[in-house]
Design a protein around this ligand. Sequence first.
Ligand code: NAI
Length: 329
Amino acid sequence: MKILIYDAKSYDIESFSKEVKKYKDIELDYIESDLDIRTASLVEGHEAVCGFVSSDFSAEVIAKLAKKGVKLILLRCAGFNNVDIEAAKANGISVFRVPGYSPEAVAEHAMALALAVNRRIHKAYIKVRENDFSLDGLKGRNLHGKVAGIIGTGKIGAAMARICAGFGMRVIAYDKFPNKDLKFIEYMSLHDVLAQADLISIHCPLTDENYHMINKKTITTMKDGVILVNTSRGELVDTDDLIQGIRAHKFHGVGLDVYEEERNNVFENRSHEILETSITSRLVSFPNVIVTSHQAFFTEEALSAISETTLQNAKAFIAGKPLEFNQVK
Ligand code: NAI
């Protein structure tokens, strides 16, 4: 099977090229551009495509891929909100993902954002480089003894909950399907989690029902001085409402690894460009906000797990024994 890997960065090429040596019947080609309606035509000669979080798997693109003979979409990520699953089904294309390559990688980044924004590490770093050793504007709050509110306690949320418990925080959570094995977590309604937490960390997938779950109304229910961290998907938070909340001094800090409008930014060096839309620039203008560019997954361990599972998905598909747990239906 020939697989075309879209949006291939040097680190993807490095980990996939190493991993593919274990597979006799799989051949990989790499392309730097991400998948969209124009680049879909480059798939000629490949039965499978591999894409990432910002690849465009809309109905239109999927139809074009199908016409070129594609039978398999391999997502090298956990989230699949960028794939029109119905269109894939209608075109006879199977979709697989990597559901849990390294939950700890994402959870550790979520805590890194919470700590950095709480103690203003991003500001302190720049101040000290400028020989400014004053402490103005750097005051943080202890996390020990405070309440961590986790939204979505799947693999990543559970890892974040364990980290928070390790910091001596009381852990409360909201999940549509609470996990009874996580005995140290107190489950409650979303409203109560938002109302009681000092640190809110979002770890649920983006679905039709939770689009903009953090909005003007839900922000109002939060405690003043709360820290909000989102490493899940940008559209879970209404950014305009978030910005209003930041301006109203609602938040002690906000840490975002994902945000609306990230699509054109993700993994691109745009330092010479004038950004035409304003969400990114507005967010980074606040002293108590840290934005990273969808890097929570980015550890050595996660990259090897991603290439390993992606190729296992392809191999099992070829063998006619698809790995059902990884299949998106
Ligand atoms: P998971 O499937 O293990 O857990 C998701 C949890 O959310 C489940 O317990 C589920 O019951 C719960 N849930 C579903 N809908 C919900 C709702 N409306 N409200 C509250 N809870 C809900 O997923 P995992 O592996 O923990 O990943 C979570 C998300 O993290 C992914 O969907 C993805 O969007 C994001 N992610 C971000 C990465 C990054 O680099 N920033 C990397 C990997 C994942």
